[in-house]
Design a protein around this ligand. Structure first.
Ligand code: ADP
Ligand code: MN
Ligand code: MN
Ligand code: MN
Ligand code: MN
Length: 335
C-alpha cells in the first residue's frame, strides 16, 4: 500500500514568490523524506547546477485527495545544506527562537480577489459593477460572487487541520478574506502559505483563479491587504506593552524598513484612501482604520490585548512580516 505526499514549496520568482508543488508516492507508514527539484525552472538555480533540496518542515492532512494523503510544506536548501536565498523561513527561525519567552502570537487577515476570463468575479466584461458600499459582508446574488469556492476552501483548510478563525466577503466584489491564527510566528506563517496553496487548488476545480494582487483594480476600488494582528504575553496582560510595541514600530528607520518588506507594490495600496494610511507616514490610534497600526477599541477598554498592523499587502511573505514584527517589538519590550 502507498499514499500520496504533495510537497509544497515557495519559489524564487521576483518580486513576489509563487507556490510550487509536486507529488511523491510513499510506502505506508513512511515519513516524508528529503527530496529535490529542478531549481532552473523556478528561478532558484542556473541550468548548469540546477538541483535544489526540499526539506519537509510541516505535514498536514490533504483534504483534496483525502484518505491517508498529506500536504508536506518544505524549506528550500542548496545541495551544500545551506538555506537557499529564497528561503525566508530560515531567517525567521532564529528570531522566533530568540524571543520565544515573550510568547508572540499572530493572527493574519488574508484578503484576495477571484478572477475569471480576465475580470474580477462579479465584474461585467469590459465594464464595472455598482460602486462599493453593499458588498462587504453582503448576501445575495447581486452582491456575492464566488461563495461556493470560499466555502469549499474553508472546509478544506479545516479538514487539513489549519487554524482558520473566520472568513468574510470584502469591500470590492469578488474580493474575500480569511483569517489564520492566533498562532506562533512559524505556525501562522506555515499555515498561511498552506492556506494560500489550498485557495489556488480549490478554486482551480471551479475554473476560477485567485490573486493576492494588492491593487487588482485601479481607481475607486479597495486594494487587498494582509492586516497582521500581533501580541506578546506582556501585551495580553497590560496596556504599557501595547504602547511600547506601537512606539517601537514607529521609531527611527523602522517604518521605512518594514514598509519596504511588506509586499511588492505596497505604495500603490497605501495611498491614504480606502482605509489605509499613506506609506510615507507612520501613525497609530484606537479604532483608527486610517492609521498604520490600529489598537482595537476593546483593547483600549480592557487595557490589554493586541495590535493590528494594517500596512502589509495581501502579497506579503508571512515569514518576513512576522520576523520584522517580532524583531522590532520584542526587542523593544525586552528593554
Ligand atoms: P478586523 O477585520 O476587524 O480587523 P478580523 O476579525 O478579521 O479583524 O481579524 C482579527 C484577527 O486578530 C484574527 O485573525 C484573530 O485571530 C487575531 N487575534 C485575536 N486576538 C489576538 C491576539 N491576542 N494576538 C494576535 N492576534 C489576535
Ligand atoms: Mn523532469
Ligand atoms: Mn478582517
Ligand atoms: Mn479585510
Ligand atoms: Mn483588519
Amino acid at each position: 500500500m502507498a499514499f500520496k505526499a504533495e510537497y509544497i514549496w515557495i519559489d524564487g520568482t521576483e518580486p513576489t514568490a509563487k507556490l510550487r508543488s509536486k507529488t511523491k508516492i510513499l510506502a505506508d507508514g513512511a515519513r516524508p523524506p528529503v527530496w529535490g527539484f529542478d531549481g532552473s525552472s523556478t528561478n532558484q538555480a542556473e541550468g548548469h547546477s540546477s538541483d535544489c533540496v526540499l526539506k519537509p518542515v510541516a505535514v498536514y492532512a490533504d483534504p483534496i485527495r483525502g484518505d491517508d494523503d498529506v500536504l508536506v510544506l518544505c524549506e528550500v536548501f542548496n545541495p551544500d545544506d545551506t538555506p537557499h536565498p529564497s528561503n525566508t523561513r530560515a531567517a525567521l527561525r532564529p528570531v522566533a527562537e530568540r524571543h520565544a519567552p515573550q510568547e508572540a502570537l499572530f493572527g493574519i487577515e488574508q484578503e484576495y480577489t477571484f478572477f475569471k476570463d480576465g475580470y474580477p468575479l462579479g465584474f461585467p466584461a469590459g465594464g464595472f459593477p455598482a460602486p462599493q458600499g453593499g458588498y462587504y459582508c453582503g448576501v445575495g446574488a447581486d452582491e456575492i460572487f464566488g461563495r461556493d469556492v470560499v466555502e469549499a476552501h474553508l472546509s478544506n483548510c479545516l479538514a487539513a487541520g489549519l487554524s482558520l478563525s473566520g472568513i468574510n466577503a470584502e469591500v470590492m466584489p469578488g474580493q474575500w478574506e480569511f483569517q489564520v491564527g492566533p498562532l506562533s510566528p512559524l505556525d501562522v506563517a506555515d499555515q498561511l502559505w498552506v492556506a494560500r496553496w489550498l485557495l489556488y487548488r480549490t478554486a482551480e476545480d471551479f475554473g476560477v483563479s485567485a490573486t493576492l494582487d494588492p491593487k487588482p483594480v485601479k481607481g475607486d476600488w479597495n486594494g487587498a491587504g494582509a492586516h497582521t494582528n500581533f501580541s506578546t504575553k506582556a501585551m495580553r496582560e497590560g496596556y504599557d506593552a501595547i504602547i511600547t510595541a506601537c512606539e517601537a514600530l514607529g521609531h527611527g528607520d523602522k517604518p521605512a524598513e518594514h514598509i519596504r518588506q511588506y509586499g511588492s507594490g505596497v505604495e500603490h495600496r497605501l495611498t491614504g484612501l480606502h482605509e489605509t494610511a499613506h506609506f510615507s507616514e507612520f501613525s497609530y490610534g484606537v479604532s483608527d482604520r486610517g492609521a498604520s497600526v490600529r489598537i482595537p477599541f476593546q483593547v483600549e477598554i480592557d487595557k490589554k490585548g493586541y495590535i493590528e498592523d494594517r500596512r502589509p499587502n495581501a502579497n506579503v511573505d508571512p515569514y518576513v512580516v512576522t520576523r520584522l514584527m517580532v524583531d522590532t517589538c520584542c526587542s523593544a519590550l525586552a528593554d
